[in-house]
Design a protein around this ligand. Structure first.
Ligand code: MUC
Ligand code: MG
Length: 372
């Protein structure tokens, strides 16, 4: 008799951050993750994570909506279904539920984790195999204070933790933001790559002014300077400047990717399992990018260890990513809910080993940080 999905539990888990994390649309002091525990009739449990940034500040799904929509709409579509045909289960979810990509990503991760544990294979092995076991990881400087950011970057360099840095800008007037970035780049010099993420905060004419100054200051990559839906504007910026544009909020899935490359976009795409509804969706986008010669970047929505590990298994199956990854989410949190945290070393992170995601929940910590 084939194994079926028996039970799906969702937990809201609140973990404090190590310092305030300031983005153009919100400041985070805590990260809320939706943890999925999916039990199957063979006794195996699959783990998944659905996480966003700043409640509803970043996108249309909040932690509470992710939990509620899984519990009410998505989980009932999976309960009683055969566990192993993940393509059929994805199609079933997509047929009955529109959008809700973070919720779908959390469930797909739990299906893959369980399938890997069942077959004794890592998620990367289920996807055809890892091409590398160690991936580069950038750090985001977002304390809101230029001196603190420089100290933080110097420490990370000395620790051999990170040598690529992303600065979150867009909350202040453009000249003030550019000054902040230029001072940090000047202090770090050639030792580090410095990039910025504007998180949609500028209109196109502000972007033209800001990007010119950032390019002159030696910034290597400009992420999502203008609103997500302004594809034509993003293409114009990409054609206008030598410094490459990184599309983040603008590119959710393969269709967005196709639209951008058909319009002549020649920058890079930030891949996130949460934007694309999971690993399979994000790999479709990666394949469009590869076919078009668009650079890849392994992105995060600041997930904890479970979502980060799921992303790492996906990125490990791809050819070298031109812009590396930013899978530092667990390092921004004061604590972890897995027994053995991911191993960050030598400016990157090791792909976790073992069946499935390669992680085990720490039940005490999970109980401690779960919302009652
Ligand atoms: C984003 O928009 O890139 C990734 C790193 C970080 O600090 O915020 C995220 C979201
Ligand atoms: Mg971004």
């Amino acid at each position: 008799m084939s194994t079926i999905i028996q039970h799906i539990e969702t937990l809201l888990v609140d973990l404090p951050t190590i310092r305030p994390h300031k983005l153009s649309m919100t400041t985070m002091a805590c990260q809320t993750m939706v943890i999925v525990r999916m039990r199957h009739s063979d006794g195996i449990e699959g783990l998944g994570e659905g996480t966003t940034i700043g409640g509803l500040a970043y996108g249309p799904e909040s932690p509470e909506s992710i939990k509620r929509n899984i519990d009410t709409y998505l989980a009932p579509l999976l309960i009683g279904q055969p566990s192993s045909n993940i393509n059929a289960l994805r199609a079933r979810l997509n047929r009955h539920v529109r959008g809700n990509m973070i919720a779908k990503s959390a469930l797909e991760t739990a299906l893959l984790d369980a399938q890997g544990k069942r077959q004794g294979l890592s998620v990367a092995a289920l996807l055809g195999g890892a091409r590398r076991e160690h991936l580069p990881v950038l750090w985001t400087l977002a304390s809101g204070d230029t001196t603190k950011d420089i100290d933080e970057a110097l420490l990370r360099l000395e620790q051999r933790r990170h040598c690529d840095f992303k600065l979150k800008i867009g909350a202040n007037p453009v000249d003030q933001d550019v000054r902040h970035v230029a001072v940090i780049k000047e202090a770090l010099g050639e030792r580090a790559s410095v990039r910025v993420d504007v998180n949609q905060a500028w209109d196109e004419s502000t972007a033209v002014r800001g990007i010119q100054m950032l390019q002159d200051a030696g910034i290597e990559l400009i992420e999502q300077a203008i609103p997500a839906r302004e594809h034509a504007g993003l293409i114009r910026l990409a054609k206008r400047f030598n410094v490459p544009m990184l599309a983040d909020e603008a590119v959710q899935d393969a269709r967005d990717g196709l639209d951008l490359v058909c319009g002549g976009f020649n920058g890079a795409f930030a891949l996130k399992i949460a934007k694309s509804g999971g690993i399979y969706g994000v790999l479709e986008l990666a394949h469009v990018a590869q076919a078009a010669g668009v650079g890849l970047y392994g992105g995060t929505l600041l997930e904890g260890s479970i979502g980060t590990a799921a992303s790492l298994h996906a990125w490990a199956t791809l050819p070298e990513m031109a812009w590396g990854t930013e899978m530092f989410g667990p390092l921004l949190l004061k604590d972890d809910i897995v027994v053995k945290p991911l191993n960050y070393t030598e400016f990157g992170v090791d792909l976790p080993q073992g069946p499935g995601l390669g992680l085990t929940l720490d039940e005490d910590k999970l109980a401690h940080y779960s919302r009652k």
